[in-house]
Design a protein around this ligand. Structure first.
Ligand code: S6P
Length: 603
């Protein structure tokens, strides 16, 4: 397919804010007008589109419907939450700050909690932050979408983490204000308000919070949010929920939602640390300055758009010919690689082997709640040694390997690993961050440059103080890796317009998203689309009453072992053919996007 050099016009930047634009969808599920043609443009244009989408995170709001990240209300609430953290930091006895979420939101809870506990340790303070991820630690590196639907599990895991605590600040993250797991935790906080103060972080206005009934519960996400709104008046609950615009790939909240989560939490916790340990006052100017520093990280990163496009092209080429992409990283940047890789499975229906991350030091470096998980299988073998044993012997020029590090890491280690990889493939690339004027590792870097096909150096001029600089490096790495893995899957033909057509239907959010997508692409009414979806999940041409009377949880459980559910449903809806015929059609055209495009054009 010839790819055009599509330009995103500025007039489309604010289009999503119009009340008529996809009015039934919350911001987090809307399709972004900026990326309507992302499936048909060149690698360079994909990066430019992602840049324009990410820039929306910092855009000032235009109308009254949405409040932005920089709005007075958001900054004010951030300051209030900062003060709560400050109080706990000053008197940490029997207290805890808990960060919790599902999927990417839980992974970022882990990243942020670990980072700030490390900072406390360096200051000789005991750790204060705990994280919860739906599905437990295995969900840090693999797709575990089902626990997201379990509010009781959410409440129970919160209770367990907080045993014996007298004061808990609970920060629940759900980008779409939608995860029942988090709703269960917030409800638990509201019922035990003498100990728990709930904070909700997400990226939809409150009236767009999910309102579907949650089986076995008397509340919905929206009703919990409404109760919190009442309590917010007396500062006994807090809502931080700016709109950051629709995702580049519809519903892919790992992208902007994840980035905005990371920066919001880091700003709040850094400001609280600065208040306690450096006596810096908590001010709106300080919060805004910090936001601008992250905005700068975005500019600094995308200033390298040409080099990013080249990486995306290399990764896309590997995926297109059935080969793999490997991220070999150091420190927390490696964790961002692990996170990015793990998201490819639910987002693009990828295999865990397609994009994989590895971290120097393995679980020792991570210090996660449950310790090493290697016994769970090869998917959980994440150390560089594992890469050397399990992957290196089979590596070829068709695989893409990306080294990710900073000049504060042990660069001689990078050289060693690069030499080993170079023996097997020339398709080796490096991305590294360096503070301006830091020349410590120049010699080793020259060696790495010689070994790599391409080297992307991101230099930070007038660098921010230590921890902020490191957080900028992390955000920059996240943006870059999100661009590489998303772009590579777009080039592989996994995206139709800006929708993931091969999405796994493994929880209720994804089930309803799949049903809506089928309605949009086929033009058929909801009941017919849900029928087609069920037929594709259960692989039957006639639905039995046993199937139609089952609940969504049963459907999504069954869908876990299926592939190409949504493309199959779409082909049969558009052509009226049997499932078997639809399957054979998709087999003939391995690129799902192309198969679907041909049929939609004919229909
Ligand atoms: C989305 C990612 C998912 C979400 C998860 C939680 O790109 O694949 O794993 O993070 O579904 O979503 P939310 O809206 O509760 O943060």
């Amino acid at each position: 397919m010839a790819r055009s050099d599509g330009n995103c016009s500025l007039s489309t930047v604010h289009e999503w804010e119009s009340p008529d634009y996809e009015p039934l969808l919350p911001v987090s599920e809307k399709s972004n007008p900026l990326t309507r043609d992302i499936d048909r443009v060149s690698a360079g244009s994909i990066v430019r589109m992602l840049q324009a989408c990410d820039a929306q995170i910092f855009q000032e709001e235009k109308g009254n419907t949405y409040k932005g990240l920089l709005s007075d209300q958001v900054v004010k609430t951030m300051m209030e939450v900062t003060r709560r953290v400050e109080i706990i930091l000053k008197d940490p006895k029997d207290s805890l700050v808990v960060l919790s979420g599902c999927g990417t939101s839980g992974r970022l809870a882990f990243l942020v909690a670990s980072g700030f506990n490390r900072e406390l340790k360096e200051l000789n303070q005991r750790s204060l932050y705990a994280y919860i991820i739906a599905g437990g630690d295995r969900a840090l590196f693999s797709s575990q979408e089902a626990p997201e639907d379990d509010p009781k599990l959410g409440a129970l895991s919160l209770k367990k983490v907080c045993e014996g605590k007298k004061r808990v600040l609970f920060i629940g993250i759900s980008c779409g204000l939608s995860a029942p797991f988090v709703a269960g935790q917030l409800d638990f906080c509201l019922q035990n308000h003498e100990v728990y103060t709930p904070v909700l972080v997400g990226f939809n206005p409150t009236h767009q919070a999910r309102d579907e009934p949650i089986p076995g519960c008397t509340f919905t996400f929206r009703s919990v949010v409404q109760r919190m709104q009442e309590l917010a008046k007396s500062q006994t609950a807090f809502l931080i929920n700016p709109a950051v615009g629709p995702e580049a790939i519809s519903g892919s909240s790992r992208m902007k939602g994840g980035s905005a989560t990371k920066l919001l939490l880091e700003i709040v916790l850094s400001a609280a640390h600065a208040a306690v340990f450096s006596h810096a006052p908590i001010t709106s100017t300080g919060i805004l300055q910090h936001m601008r520093a992250y905005e700068n990280a975005l500019d600094v990163t995308y200033a390298q758009s040409e080099a990013i496009s080249a990486l995306l092209e290399a990764a896309g080429q590997s995926l297109r010919c059935g080969r793999c992409v490997y991220y070999l990283g150091w420190g927390s940047l490696a964790l961002l690689g692990l996170i990015d890789a793990s998201e490819c499975k639910p987002t693009f229906g990828a295999d865990y082997k397609d994009v994989r991350g590895f971290i120097s030091g393995g679980y020792r470096e991570l210090n996660n709640n449950e310790g090493p998980l290697t016994s769970l299988g090869p998917e959980f073998c994440i150390a560089h040694e594992d890469f050397l044993h399990l992957v290196l012997p089979y590596l070829s020029d068709k695989d893409t390997v990306l080294l990710i590090y900073t000049h504060s890491d042990d660069v001689s280690e990078v050289v060693k690993l690069a030499s080993r990889v170079r023996e097997k493939t020339s398709n080796l690339h490096a991305v590294y961050h360096q503070a301006d004027g830091d020349t410590a590792a120049t010699v080793q870097q020259d060696d790495i440059n010689r070994l790599c096909l391409s080297t992307l150096k991101i230099t930070w001029l007038s660098p921010a103080p230590g921890s902020l600089l490191h957080m900028q490096w992390e955000l920059s790495t996240k943006l870059l890796l999100n661009a590489v893995s998303t772009g590579a899957h777009v080039l592989k033909g996994k995206i139709y317009q800006n929708h993931m057509i091969d999405v796994q239907v493994t929880n209720s959010k994804l089930y309803y998203r799949a049903s809506r997508l089928l309605q949009k692409l086929s033009g058929c009414p909801q009941h017919r689309c849900e029928e087609a979806l069920l037929k594709a999940i259960y692989r039957v041409d006639e639905l039995s009453t046993g199937i139609t009377s089952s609940d969504t949880a049963t459907h999504t459980r069954t869908a876990r072992s299926r592939t190409k559910v949504v493309p199959l449903a779409l082909v049969s809806l558009l052509t009226g053919c049997s499932l078997m015929e639809a399957e054979s059609h998709l087999e003939q055209q391995s690129i799902v996007r192309e198969a679907v495009a041909v049929i939609i054009d004919k229909a």
